[in-house]
Write a protein of this length. Structure first.
Length: 127
């Protein structure tokens, strides 16, 4: 159930509660109990809708955090494949020995974790 449906159900529940308040005292108990049962049904629907909305918000929060982590990784470099702790940072850029004539470059990436020391070279096609 989405938020708009939940709000519509809240509106109906409020109307039922007003109807119950406005009932005359001489109304038979069966009608009163029927209205109360209808009110409880609407309140249960509202509770389920709000629970679904809360779960959807948590899912979206997790997705936002995942995207933030991905953006952070793109800004700061890849995680080192050796130590899994440091980030790879470009420390040298030169013309690729084979494909340099076509504008390709060779980047040397070094792990920023002092205890690792991993270094690797990658062929890069500049944009």
């Amino acid at each position: 159930m989405d938020i708009m449906t939940a709000l519509a159900t809240v509106s109906q529940s409020i109307k039922i509660a007003k109807d119950l308040r406005d009932l005359e005292r001489d109304l038979d108990s069966a009608s009163y109990k029927a209205k109360m049962a209808e009110l409880y049904t609407h309140l249960a629907d509202i509770k389920m809708a709000l629970s679904d909305a809360k779960e959807a918000l948590h899912d979206k929060d997790r997705e936002v955090q995942k995207l933030k982590d991905q953006v952070d990784a793109l800004r700061t470099g890849d995680i080192c494949p050796i130590c899994q702790m440091g980030r790879l940072k470009t420390t040298a850029v030169k013309e690729h020995p084979t494909f340099g004539v076509m504008g390709h470059q060779e980047h040397t990436l070094t792990c920023q974790n002092a205890g690792c020391g991993h270094s690797e070279k990658r062929k890069v096609i500049p944009k």
